[in-house]
Design a protein around this ligand. Structure first.
Ligand code: COA
Length: 259
């Protein structure tokens, strides 16, 4: 077993599975630029390691991630192709090995959108997914404006993406974002067992099959990501976003009445 610990991201490879564990429970696993960089590096290392047959992404008991660190959004907004968040999402999108996610508790913002790009998603019955971008003065990201309406239809997608309504494990399974609901204590062991099944499968065939499954939509996904990123980056500096971020820091409801 090999392990690495960078602040708030723990990685370990055991029995053919590279695990990436988000570990910043005091901030509900909010993701900083340093954490995205560590996760991007971990995916790159897992892709090149011959002994790794699958990847497993998980959080802490009771919280997967509360999404992008909002202070980071203000202090260090992502810019350009080399931004850590883009590097992480690109690594996830281009990962040619199966990726399994184990989700308990909150999966907010990029916590939900990253699941759209995993191959298997197991959720605890306490999982709460949400994409509250609009309420933060932002827009959906990483092809969620394309994939969420495809998965759940435009009406339910409007609830999730325009109103930012959270939804639970059963709905995540019903719309195809997740594979199965499990009791919280069983999510990670189950996800690990699924990932370990790839030890018994031919890796070349798995890689080719995954590429074929993604190929038909690849171009559309990339176009959506580029279009979203341009608007998202601009909106991060908008007065609407500033009001939403200030409200978050001041633990009050935002006031958009003046816009
Ligand atoms: N960025 C920065 N800090 C965050 C954070 C985030 N995304 N999410 C939570 N935190 C911090 C809180 O500010 C709080 O810090 P404090 O103890 O210094 O006050 C701490 O983590 C605990 O969060 P809290 O809100 O008290 O926990 P909770 O259990 O009541 O609620 C969430 C959990 C995830 C529902 C809630 O924290 C939340 O909605 N977070 C923001 C999610 C968000 O909008 N993400 C961005 C999406 S683009």
């Amino acid at each position: 077993m090999s392990t690495t610990v960078t602040p708030h991201i723990k990685t370990a490879t055991l029995n053919g599975v590279a695990t990436i564990e988000i570990a910043r429970p005091e901030k509900k696993n909010a993701l900083t630029q340093a954490m995205y960089t560590a996760m991007a590096d971990a995916i790159a290392a897992a892709v090149t390691a011959r002994e790794v047959r699958a990847l497993l992404i998980t959080g802490q008991p009771g919280v997967f991630t509360s999404g992008n660190d909002i202070e980071d959004f203000v202090q260090r907004p992502p810019q350009g192709e080399d931004s850590p968040v883009l590097r992480f999402m690109r690594a996830l999108l281009e990962c040619d090995k199966p990726v399994v996610a184990a989700v308990t508790g909150a999966a907010v913002g990029i916590g939900t959108t990253m699941l759209l790009h995993c191959d298997f998603v197991y959720v605890a019955d306490d999982a709460r997914l949400a994409m509250p971008f609009v309420g933060l003065g932002l827009v959906p990201e990483y092809a969620s404006s394309l994939l969420v309406p495809q998965l759940m239809g435009p009406r339910r997608a409007a609830e999730k993406l325009l109103l930012g309504d959270p939804f639970g494990a059963e709905e995540a399974v019903a719309c195809g974002i997740a594979n199965a609901v499990l009791p919280p204590a069983e999510v990670l062991p189950h996800a690990r067992r699924v990932a370990e099944r790839f030890n018994a499968l031919p890796p070349g065939a798995v890689r080719d099959a995954k590429a074929l499954m993604r190929a038909p939509q690849r171009e559309q996904v990339m176009q959506a990501i580029a279009a979203e990123a341009e608007i998202f980056t601009r909106r991060l500096r908008s007065p609407e976003a500033m009001e939403a971020f200030q409200a978050f820091f001041q633990k009050r409801a935002p006031d958009f009445s003046k816009f």
